[in-house]
Design a protein around this ligand. Structure first.
Ligand code: 4NP
Length: 155
């Protein structure tokens, strides 16, 4: 059984597609399934924002084939861990949970790091924010991939 990880932001076009692509690049597809979704439904079916595609490309990660979808309560059953980018995403996801076990699956992505930043800022209105967002997410995904790979080998 694969470990299933869902990355969540508001639009599912800027941050969570990057998080999906970055974590996917660090884990093997045989043991891990990574996906992303947004709590808002503004861009369903769209490709990621071109600025996210560009910064990912710079680090040889292709996220251009991803398509935006909305988070649904079924995701609590379909995923083992749900990483959110900011506190607002956290509130939006947790309010859809039915029980504590579902709430316990939801974590702030940067809580995995020792960074002073707690949230991945929304770069949608900031052309210069994408590189910084990439760095924050990459830092967290390094920690996550390390932890999960060690845990997986212990199975
Ligand atoms: P994301 O950024 O949550 O990182 O995908 C956003 C993208 C679009 C919008 C908001 C945030 N929007 O309002 O359309």
């Amino acid at each position: 059984m694969k470990t299933r990880i869902l990355m969540v932001c508001l639009g599912n076009i800027c941050r969570s597609p990057l998080a999906e692509g970055i974590l996917h690049s660090k884990l093997n597809s045989k043991d891990f399934y990574i996906d992303s979704a947004g709590t808002g439904g503004y861009h369903i079916g769209s490709a990621p924002d071109s600025r996210s595609v560009a910064v990912a490309n710079k680090y040889t990660i292709d996220i251009s084939q991803q398509r935006c979808r909305k988070f649904t309560p079924q995701d609590f059953e379909d995923f083992d861990i749900i990483y959110v980018m900011d506190y607002s995403n956290y509130q939006n996801v947790v309010k859809l949970a039915d029980n504590q076990a579902q709430k316990n699956k939801v974590k702030l992505l940067l809580s995995e790091t020792s960074l002073k930043e707690k949230e991945v800022p929304d770069p949608y209105y900031d052309d210069n924010g994408f590189e910084y967002v990439f760095e924050l997410i990459d830092n967290a995904c390094n920690v996550i991939a390390q932890k999960l790979t060690v845990a997986d080998h212990g199975k």
